[in-house]
Design a protein around this ligand. Structure first.
Ligand SMILES: Nc1ncnc2c1ncn2[C@@H]1O[C@H](COP(=O)(O)OP(=O)(O)O)[C@@H](O)[C@H]1O
Ligand SMILES: [Mg+2]
Length: 255
């Protein structure tokens, strides 16, 4: 198992956002995390990536415990993530946006970069090569020198993934990568996620688009009010009465 989550808990005031959640992620798979808004999906990602500390429970990356470590340590150990809302740096090119992601997580580190230590020059070059390679992999290399924010929204979402991949993760956490994308772009996103898997990178994915989830996932974990209600193969999850009830309830609520 590349990732093991055991009895994870986190509350905000009176709200238990993640409640006794346990699951595993096998190396090389795509696992989806689904559930209605407010189910605790983003909080779960924050707990795994170190953005938030759990109240209790355990997160293991292979045989190492990473519970409560700061985000840069966890990134350095091989977990990268994207955010539900795009976080690109304005006034910077596509390439610079990918490279700054590496700087924050790269071996040279932010501090060495700021102090302009001599050995960082070599590191800088390595990062640049890595960034170009990733931009080529995601077909963004034609736009390398364009302002990141001049890209169409769909490509900005791909750029966020490029930035996460440039760090060289073994496990990639994607928080709603298809949010706001049209049908054509969603199909393209599915292809990208498949290609990432083919590179041997394990993917944990929060997503609302059910056709995307059911098409590409090897397993689907369902959260409702912070609790795990299903964790199984996509076809089984689709037929699970409890899951159907939760989703029908959500549709009723929107009417
Ligand atoms: N930083 C926070 N402070 C207070 N409440 C939060 C915070 N983050 C999440 N929550 C609450 O935790 C619950 C789960 O939120 P979230 O993890 O964002 O759900 P999801 O990503 O599944 O939509 C919600 O009730 C949300 O309001
Ligand atoms: Mg969320």
């Amino acid at each position: 198992m590349i990732l093991q989550v055991e009895d994870l808990n986190r509350s905000f005031g009176g709200v238990q956002a993640v409640k006794d959640v346990s699951f595993t992620v096998r190396e090389g798979m795509i696992k989806a995390v689904i559930g209605p808004n407010g189910a605790g999906k983003t909080t779960l990602f924050n707990l795994i990536s170190g953005t938030l500390r759990p109240d209790s429970g355990k997160v293991m990356l292979e045989d190492r415990e990473i519970t409560g470590l700061p985000p840069h340590r966890i990134a350095g150990m091989g977990i990268a993530r994207t955010f539900q809302h795009i976080r690109l740096f304005p006034g910077m090119t596509v390439l610079e946006n990918v490279m700054i992601g590496c700087h924050i997580h790269g071996k040279a580190g932010f501090l060495a970069g700021m102090l302009n230590l001599p050995w960082t020059w070599k590191e800088e070059r390595r990062l640049m090569e890595r960034a170009c390679e990733v931009l080529g992999f995601l077909s963004l290399d034609d736009y390398m020198y364009n302002d990141a924010l001049s890209l169409p929204y769909g490509q900005q979402r791909i750029l966020e993934i490029a930035r996460a991949l440039a760090v060289g993760p073994r496990l990639l956490l994607l928080d709603e990568p298809a949010a706001g994308l049209n049908m054509r772009e969603t199909v393209q996103m599915a292809e990208i996620i498949r290609k990432i898997k083919e590179q041997g990178i394990t993917v944990l994915l929060v997503e609302h688009d059910m056709s995307l989830v059911m098409n590409i996932s090897d397993e689907v974990l369902v959260l409702s009010y912070g609790e795990k209600i299903a964790d199984d193969l996509p076809l089984r999850v689709q037929k699970d009465p409890e899951v159907i009830r939760v989703y029908l309830g959500e549709e009723d609520a929107q009417d």
